[in-house]
Design a protein around this ligand. Structure first.
Ligand code: NAI
Length: 249
């Protein structure tokens, strides 16, 4: 579905990002992906080798998505190595959940910088080669929390809602250049980020609101990303597609 497309995926050493990088590679795309901390370097090398085994090119880059200059360097390096960029998946994200009474300005800034500014940083860089090529697909990882909010998640919700406004604006601005920009809004997906929710009463109370009766899997988010990266979604832009087992209905 994405044969010979070059895809960048941010924050892909684990979780949803790793599943996306693998899925795109398995379907014929060449993959440049990022990780941020030295402790993830081993995992990143293992993922690079796993993707290369599909017969495509893959390279891990240590790059902080919240840093504008590092994103500029990353995109230049990827262009040197891969020659073009067809797809950018802005997946990197963190949560620092806290009730507003206790939320610190530092926590607010961290979440905004990693979740929202990163999307600006990367999108601003990848649109240059995409405009030249008159084609591109940008996929931003939002969240259903960005649409409905949640107690204790005001910073996370604000950052994910910001991604939606940004996504729609980019779709308006660059549609005429055949650059598509969509957001994915996952519900509860089983990863390290939601690990703490899986046990006890919190999990039970979330599960009763999910018509499909279970948490989602990173691979299921990767399937949707593959669709949005591929030409099968060529008439879809500016959309927010939920993948949440029906939690939002
Ligand atoms: P995760 O915590 O397992 O993975 C996040 C990845 O982003 C990690 O590999 C981390 O190292 C990387 N990262 C963090 N800061 C970074 C930075 N500054 N630069 C580059 N990479 C950085 O979490 P998960 O669940 O895989 O989340 C992936 C995305 O999906 C996030 O944007 C998250 O907000 C979003 N999401 C996740 C949901 C879930 O239920 N797991 C639900 C809705 C959205």
């Amino acid at each position: 579905m994405v044969k010979d497309k070059v895809c960048i995926v941010t924050g892909a050493a684990r979780g949803i990002g790793a599943a996306i990088a693998k899925k795109l590679g398995e379907n014929g795309a060449h993959i440049a992906f990022t990780y941020v901390s030295d402790s993830s370097a081993e995992k990143a090398t293992a993922l690079e080798n796993e993707i290369k085994a599909f017969g495509v090119n893959a390279k891990a880059y240590k790059s902080n998505a919240s840093d504008f200059v590092q994103c500029e360097t990353l995109v230049n390096d990827v262009l040197k190595e891969f020659g073009k960029i067809d797809v950018c998946v802005n997946n990197a994200g963190i949560s620092k959940d806290n009730l507003l009474l206790r939320l610190t300005p530092e926590q607010w800034d961290d979440v905004m910088n990693v979740n929202l500014k990163s999307v600006f940083n990367m999108t601003k860089q990848v649109i240059r080669p995409m405009m030249k090529a008159k084609a591109g697909s940008i996929i931003n990882m939002s969240s259903i929390i960005g649409m409905r909010g949640n107690a204790g998640q005001s910073s996370y919700a604000a950052s994910k809602a910001g991604i939606i406004g940004f996504t729609k604006s980019v779709a308006h601005e660059l549609g005429s250049r055949n650059i598509r920009c969509n957001a994915i809004a996952p519900g509860f997906i089983e990863t390290d980020m939601t690990h703490y929710l899986k046990e006890g009463t919190a999990a039970e109370s979330f599960l009763k609101d999910i018509p499909l009766g279970r948490f989602g899997k990173a691979e299921e988010v990767a399937d949707l990303t593959l669709f949005l990266a591929s030409d099968m979604s060529s008439y879809i832009t500016g959309q927010v597609i939920s993948i949440c087992g029906g939690l939002n209905i």
